[in-house]
Design a protein around this ligand. Structure first.
Ligand code: PLP
Length: 385
């Protein structure tokens, strides 16, 4: 049987080896970005109430109620008015939206097949590109530039070869944030060079000092050439529900609508009902943020006491630190023997070597326990300093 060489060439998704390790030992898992806090009760209730005896196919675009709730949230949270019919499309989480987006944009036989994305970064920008026949074009991100991808730093030729530029703020894995000036520059440059600016805003509700901006805020009401991808996973503790949305350029939304009746990736109707309840409420988001802030304080205080350098880490529930001794894999290994599972930076691609990502997903008590274990391992020399 023939096989797709893109699939054959993929390294295993980094979470798989971590999951294998977790099954072997009793570890505190600071690796995968799946927080333990429960989904708020009213959201679970909305799902149960929507579970009808009869089953029918869900709406691929998202129900009108869901798209209205998303538009309402966009207006409240970001001050951007969008049309639920022309600018909003539901997705089954942001991962599949990111993966499928190039299928609606890239002409695999055309000259503009490049997709720009920052490395270290979320691997799905690359994977979606390659399966769609595009050319993955990673841009090295640097600590001294705040881990931001800046289109202004790229050669015009490179922009002209590209169909899509991904930005991701707050950023996985570094937790770095951006500001409206930087985002505005990206929108302007993408438009000038005729490529789509795709903004992965999966973590935009997990901020601490200042609310994270959306790329849609800097478009002056004209969403041409810009798409924001948002998610309930981190915002509302709904990773298992699979619910997100795409918001932006009306022409692209129309194309994606056509595409997505084919991909069969709509969330079930009862998930869409739960998602509608989630987008309508902001209080639970504030509560969750307060919990993440507490956990973050525990870990940041500990790292500061130990003199371990932290970079980015202004938002998200990730903390990004320089691996003492310089070898991220060796340090993650040593921590695993001390009972802590963390992700070596290189798992997120080039530019991540020498760094580690902690996902503050265990409970607050477990975070306290994690830093105790870590401190004990440092004290008796089991991890390098
Ligand atoms: C940067 C980034 N984008 C998108 C996603 C996908 O999230 P979901 O599919 O749960 O919305 C993740 C998941 O961890 C992520 O880190």
């Amino acid at each position: 049987m023939p096989t797709n060489p893109v699939l054959e060439g993929l390294p295993s998704y980094f979470t798989q080896s971590l999951t294998d390790a977790l099954e072997r030992e009793v570890l505190i898992d600071l690796s995968v970005g799946d927080p333990h806090e429960p989904t708020p009760e009213p959201i679970r209730r909305a799902l149960i109430d929507a579970l009808t005896p009869e089953s029918s196919y869900p709406s691929a675009a998202g129900t009108a109620e869901l798209r209205e709730a998303i538009a309402g949230w966009m207006a409240r949270r970001h001050g951007v008015e969008v049309d639920p019919d022309r600018n909003v499309l539901a997705s089954a989480g942001s991962k599949e939206a990111i993966f499928h987006l190039p299928l609606a944009v890239i002409d695999a036989a055309g000259p503009r097949r490049g997709v720009l994305w920052g490395t270290p970064g979320y691997p799905v920008y690359d994977r979606g590109t390659r399966f769609a026949g595009g050319v993955s074009d990673p841009v090295l991100l640097r600590a001294e530039e705040g881990w931001r991808l800046d289109l202004a730093a790229l050669e015009p030729d490179r922009l002209q070869r590209s169909a899509i530029a991904w930005v991701n703020h707050p950023h996985n894995p570094t937790g770095a944030t951006t500001d409206r000036t930087h985002l505005h520059r990206q929108v302007e440059l993408a438009r000038e060079h005729g490529l789509l600016l795709a903004s992965d805003e999966c973590y935009q509700e997990v901020w601490f000092d200042e609310p994270a901006p959306s790329a849609l805020e800097v478009c002056d009401g004209d969403l041409t050439g810009v798409l924001a991808v948002v998610s309930l996973s981190k915002r509302s503790g709904m990773t298992g529900y699979r619910s997100g949305a795409m918001i932006g350029d009306p022409d692209l939304i129309a194309r994606l609508r056509r595409l997505r009746t084919t991909t069969g990736t709509a969330s079930p109707s009862f998930v869409q009902a739960a998602a509608t309840a989630a987008w309508r409420d902001q209080d639970h988001v504030t509560d969750r943020r307060a919990i993440f802030a507490e956990k973050r304080r525990v870990v940041l205080d500990f790292l500061e006491q130990q003199g371990i350098e932290v970079s980015g880490s202004q938002a998200t529930f990730y903390v990004w630190l320089r691996a003492p001794g310089g070898d991220d894999v060796a340090y993650a290994d040593a921590l695993q023997h001390a009972g802590l599972l963390v992700t070596p930076g290189r798992s997120f691609g080039e530019g991540g070597e020498g760094w580690l990502r902690l996902a503050l997903v265990p409970t607050l008590e477990e975070c306290h326990l994690a830093v105790q274990r870590w401190a004990a391992a440092i004290a008796d020399g089991r991890v390098p300093t």
